[in-house]
Ligand binder design. Structure first.
Ligand code: ADP
Length: 201
């Protein structure tokens, strides 16, 4: 994802199955001074659906498949440049919270060229039924086409099972902090804060 030749960006990775709360916790972390949250899923959902690119990406997402790496890299580069231009992100000052990236071995390699990974927050849940129920609710509340169909959900879980083993295998296992997201939100927040304090403090 060659970005430019500046020093490595310090990154926190949020991993988790669909419905595990990556977006929610990513947004909360992104509100803290010194953190910038970038969700690749949100980045795609913000594309103009009338444009050729937007139409193509929405079609891929609605089928539960992965967006091609080159499109992901290009849009991330643009997002980060824009955030730097408007002073929202400063790589020397801020930690980048990545939610939904990397999802393929090539994405993991590209990330490691430009970033130092400080911590991997793995939002974990043994109970997939709980996640499916959350996703069904989200389909209605957020009108997300990719949450509405059972077959697409199953496909996304399948891709996650494959992607997590490949992308996480590229990251040192000692950086991984498991967070049980079946517990109460306040407990999750405590565990996340403790994990970050330990890794970044
Ligand atoms: P979830 O984790 O619930 O699937 P996301 O918002 O992270 O939700 O992703 C939604 C969709 O966006 C994915 O199913 C995929 O189509 C696309 N997507 C997000 N991040 C990536 C990525 N890094 N590489 C390829 N496709 C991605």
């Amino acid at each position: 994802m060659a970005y430019d030749n500046s020093p490595a960006i310090e990154v926190i990775l949020l991993f988790g199955l669909p419905g595990s709360g990556k977006g929610t916790w990513g947004k909360i972390l992104g509100m803290m001074p010194g953190f910038y949250h970038l969700s690749t899923g949100d980045m795609f959902r913000m594309l103009d659906t009338e444009s050729e690119l937007g139409e193509r990406v929405i079609q891929i997402m609605s089928a539960g498949e992965l967006v091609p790496d080159d499109i992901v890299f290009d849009l991330m580069r643009r997002n980060l440049r824009h955030a730097e231009d408007i002073g929202r992100f400063n790589r020397a000052r801020d930690r980048l919270v990545l939610d939904g990236f990397p999802r393929t071995p090539r994405q993991a390699e590209a990330l490691m060229e430009i970033a130092t990974i400080k911590c991997v927050l793995l939002l974990d849940c043994d109970n997939r039924e709980l996640l499916i129920n959350r996703l069904r609710r989200r389909a209605v509340l957020e009108n997300r086409a990719d949450d509405a169909s059972e077959a697409v959900l199953r496909r996304r879980f399948e891709i996650y099972d494959r992607e997590i083993s490949t992308a996480l295998a590229k990251v040192a296992s000692s950086l991984i902090e498991r967070i049980d997201v079946s517990r109460q939100p306040v407990r999750i927040l405590c565990t996340l804060s403790q994990a970050l304090d330990k890794r970044l403090g």
